[in-house]
Design a protein around this ligand. Structure first.
Ligand code: NCD
Ligand code: ZN
Length: 334
């Protein structure tokens, strides 16, 4: 059996820089026609020049693949002139609460002090992408952030807001309330609960932010995604860390899923008997919300099993060593 996907998109991706970028970018470029690139580099991407330099490095790392990096700026207070200059070159601005996850120390400390930049973004039609977690108890962080999403969605009704990597039923209810709000969902949050991370032997390679939640939350996410919710978009949150940073005391948060994301999604949607909903989740919902012109590219899969390698260079991938039912056939630029 064969399956063809038209312009699949990864709406939340960490590609890093330097050697890691060279190592991981080709995996995304092989499967996706484009991806939203996160700006949390060691020095966050906070200027147009940094956006352009990073984009050039990504294109070089991808080689000849028809892959479009949709760039983001790291949120800070920006002037109108800065936003005007940047807006043709970015898909949005990514906001991190300060210190909430990997390389987010320069994030926002006071959510009431940022309205001026948000008003400019609303006026200039620049989407706001948010890592929505409080600094409360780890299992409650996303839920506690919902009041902030609600305040922003109501105060800036024309601002496009993306709740990144949602993990809870609470986030799905907020999604229902606001037309200007969309959300990304990862592969791993459709598959894991906290039990997989710490219920048996602790699994550092499954440790990520936001942490995987309860079976009830996972079920709610699956229902919403599998039933084709029009404002849910796939975003892998593939976030590579070298093994030495994962297999140690003080394990870094992040799961590297780029090489397995699409074949495993095909498998999940097939098992749930809803393959017809997959194109909306991995492409058309994002194209509609962000008003994107798709890169003309199709990606084909066939139902031939393959075993996920234990390592790609210095990184251990999600589902390492497991056998997946669908393989990438080839891709063509049309
Ligand atoms: C991401 C990373 O490593 O950059 N980590 C993660 O656990 N998801 C940052 C993020 O998106 O939170
Ligand atoms: Zn992320």
């Amino acid at each position: 059996m064969q399956l063809t996907l038209d312009a699949p998109l990864d709406m939340h991706l960490h590609l890093r820089e330097g050697e890691m970028l060279t190592q991981v970018a080709p995996h995304s470029a092989a499967h996706f026609s484009g991806a939203v690139i996160m700006p949390n580099l060691r020095t966050p991407v906070t200027s147009l020049q940094e956006v352009l330099d990073y984009q050039a490095a990504i294109l070089e790392a991808c080689g000849s693949e028809a892959f479009r990096p949709y760039m983001t700026l790291f949120f800070r207070q920006y002037s109108r002139a800065e936003l005007l200059a940047a807006r043709e070159h970015i898909i949005g601005i990514k906001l991190y609460p300060a210190g909430i996850t990997t390389q987010s120390e320069a994030g926002v400390m006071d959510f009431h002090g940022i309205d001026q930049t948000l008003a400019l973004m609303e006026e200039l039609e620049i989407p706001l992408l948010i890592h929505g977690e409080s600094n409360g108890f780890v299992m409650d962080r996303e839920q506690e952030f919902m009041a902030t999403y609600q305040r922003l969605a109501e105060s800036f009704p024309s601002l496009s807001i993306v709740m990144e990597h949602i993990t809870t039923a609470a986030a799905l209810s907020v999604l229902e309330q606001y037309e200007n709000v969309a959300a990304t969902v990862t592969l791993h949050h459709l598959m894991l609960t906290l039990d997989d991370v710490i219920g048996g032997l602790m699994q550092p390679h499954l440790f990520c932010k936001p942490i995987a939640k309860t079976p009830r939350d996972r079920e709610a996410l699956r229902q919403a995604v599998f039933s084709g919710h029009p404002r849910l978009m796939f975003g892998s949150d593939s976030a590579p860390h070298p093994r030495h940073a994962k297999e140690c005391c003080g394990c870094a948060a992040g799961i590297f899923s780029a090489p397995v994301a699409l074949p495993m999604l095909v498998q999940l949607f097939a098992a749930a008997d809803c393959l017809e909903q997959l194109p909306a989740f991995v492409s058309t919902n994002a194209r509609r919300f962000y008003r994107l012109e798709p890169v003309p590219r199709t990606v084909r899969f066939h139902d031939q099993p393959w075993q996920v390698p234990e390592h790609y260079g210095t990184v251990r991938p999600f589902l390492a060593g497991e056998t997946l039912e669908w393989s990438l056939t080839d891709h063509r630029n049309s």
